[in-house]
Ligand binder design. Sequence first.
Ligand SMILES: C[S@@+](CC[C@H](N)C(=O)[O-])C[C@H]1O[C@@H](n2cnc3c(N)ncnc32)[C@H](O)[C@@H]1O
Length: 226
Amino acid sequence: MLEQEKATLKSGGNSKILTYLDGDGDFRSDECVELLKQSDVVTTNPPFSLFREYIAQLMEYDKKFVIIAPDTALHYKEVFKLIKDNKLWLGYGRAKQFMQPDNTMKKFGNIGWVTNLDTTKRHEFLTLYKKYSPEEYPRYDNFNGIDVKKTAEIPYDYDGCMGVPDAFLDKFNPDQFEIVGIPFGDLGKTLGVTRNYRGRTDVSITKNGKTNCPYSRIVIKRKGLK
Ligand SMILES: C[S@@+](CC[C@H](N)C(=O)[O-])C[C@H]1O[C@@H](n2cnc3c(N)ncnc32)[C@H](O)[C@@H]1O
């Protein structure tokens, strides 16, 4: 058994404990679960195909974490619920490239840090400067809300539901906004989005006789309204 084979490495003034595993390292194995239980903070780049299961395990063991997630995972209903309930949020920056064992770099798009460690940015208030007007903020055809194309253009005086791009999550301050849901597919159905011109529960907008669906949206509301 290699359990005792712990090497203390010195690098840059930090000491690290390296623990060799007996098993195959599956995060669901008894051995890994035991190590998880002993940990204070988990940081890793988990298998994306098992992301739901991985995050469920971190929640089950009530662990603090800073992990890499693909952007698509933010829309999984299990992960989105954690964002909505303020149990998971975006960390700082994006993971753009990794150094591989052969010292070559591998570039990635669409992955970033998610965490449940507090950050200062999630307490920063976004300065809202745009006034609402029906001309600039079209109403959805099949949901009671308006479309906001850019996070920076969220109007300061609109009290109802607003569909904003995913980039909003990087600016999300739970004291300023409430996350309502995702207005697409099955999640859209639960929000009350009715079928659009394509027969789907995705929000659509009709402007100058043309109908289309925005690429991706999250529905939010301003908080603290009297
Ligand atoms: C997104 S990659 C990250 C790779 C590695 N962290 C790196 O930076 O090179 C996910 C890694 O999880 C591993 N993996 C797949 N299924 C796993 C499982 N059930 N338990 C633990 N690791 C798993 C994959 O082999 C892969 O190396």
